[in-house]
Design a protein around this ligand. Structure first.
Ligand SMILES: [Zn+2]
Length: 364
């Protein structure tokens, strides 16, 4: 055996069954796209069948050592991702299609030989009609999607993009149209600085509190602006049943000694006695029923639920249309919302749910 043949043989042995790669070694050093007819090109046109070559060798075919193998499907070869500096875009070479680029297609990329930190085991990405990986917003006939500007990963669940909160379907990634609003029942607006800004969870809880004081809407607002307090609520109902807004509904308040709760809850402080059982006036309770009805109605809920049990309530994942009552004493060793309000939570839930079942809800 001549020396040259021996070298070739050893390459063949090293890369196993990849005979086509060895035969194309002689084809030269071309790196770039080729059309289906084998002509070289760097023009990217819509709906084009393109193949990617490195040093004259077609990439992303079965047996390409750079192919991503899917651990969820017995190491099934999916193909590989490449970056083309000429067009400044990422492409997917589909091993199931002889390495042709994926065009107008969603692709599941398992995290096997990618060093991307993630709690999931892969990501959904999408390639447009040019075969280029989509970054950012993408509109389709069924609706809008958003793909991470760096990794191209399709977003699911709730995300803040450029300071705005968006909700995407947890399975399909389709954008929901969530718009936050505030109650038309508000009589006084005194915005508190105690918020982290936009919520990181959609609204699915209401947490009524007792103030331990027969305050006015304005004085409670001043209290929440006091730099020594570091506390706030979304709304307050004062001793005369007037409503104050201190943190807009789109933002979280600092109210229930639980960040997790307040990211998803509308918190409402109710003017009350300063002594046990921290009773509230009838006019306050009646306004609480109305305000909770309004909050549920504007946030697409048709049912307010009171479980009267901490663990059940906190473990419960509300279905669409459901709102759950939680109370401060479940998060901290304190009396809030007081035994008076606590004893009327079932009534609150029932009356709000009854209101929501009416065709024309008269809020104001
Ligand atoms: Zn409280």
């Amino acid at each position: 055996m001549k020396k040259k043949e021996a070298v070739l043989l050893s390459i063949t042995l090293t890369i196993g069954a990849l005979a086509p790669i060895v035969t194309t070694l002689a084809e030269g050093s071309y790196t770039g796209f080729k059309n289906a007819d084998g002509t070289e090109t760097n023009e990217i046109k819509p709906e084009q069948t393109l193949y990617w070559y490195e040093n004259g060798i077609r990439q992303g075919v079965y047996g390409d050592p750079m192919n991503i193998k899917d651990p969820n499907y017995d190491g099934y070869e999916r193909g590989r991702e490449i970056y083309d500096p000429k067009s400044d875009a990422w492409y997917w070479l589909d091993a199931n299609n002889d390495g042709a680029i994926a065009v107008d297609k969603e692709v599941w990329i398992p995290y096997t030989n990618q060093e991307e930190p993630s709690t999931t085991n892969g990501k959904w990405v999408r390639y447009d009609k040019y075969g280029q990986m989509i970054k950012g917003w993408y509109a389709t006939e069924e609706g809008a999607y958003y793909y991470d500007p760096i990794t191209g990963e399709m977003l699911k669940g709730m995300h803040v993009i450029n300071g705005k909160t968006y909700m995407f379907d947890p399975v399909t990634g389709l954008k929901y149209y969530v718009s936050y609003s505030n109650s038309p029942l508000v009589d006084a607006v005194v915005l508190s600085q105690y918020t982290d800004g936009q919520r990181t969870h959609t609204i699915d809880r209401i947490t009524p509190h007792c103030v331990e004081g027969q305050v006015t809407a304005e004085s409670l607002g001043a209290w929440f602006r006091n730099p020594n307090r570091e506390a706030s609520s979304n709304y307050g109902i004062d001793r005369d049943g007037r409503v104050g807004m201190y943190v807009e509904e789109k933002n979280n308040s600092w109210c229930s000694s639980s960040q997790f709760n307040d990211q998803r809850a509308i918190t409402i402080e109710c003017a009350s006695d300063t002594w046990h059982p921290y009773a509230v006036r009838d006019v306050v309770f009646e306004k609480l029923v109305l305000l909770c009805t309004d909050i549920c109605e504007r946030n697409g809920k048709n049912k307010l639920i009171w479980f009267n049990d901490r663990n059940t309530s906190l473990a419960y994942e509300p279905k669409p249309g459901e709102m759950v009552i939680t109370v401060h004493r479940w998060f901290k060793n304190k009396a809030c919302p007081g035994d008076y309000l606590y004893g009327r939570m079932g009534e609150l839930a029932d009356r709000v749910t009854a209101n929501l079942s009416q065709k024309d809800i008269k809020i104001r």
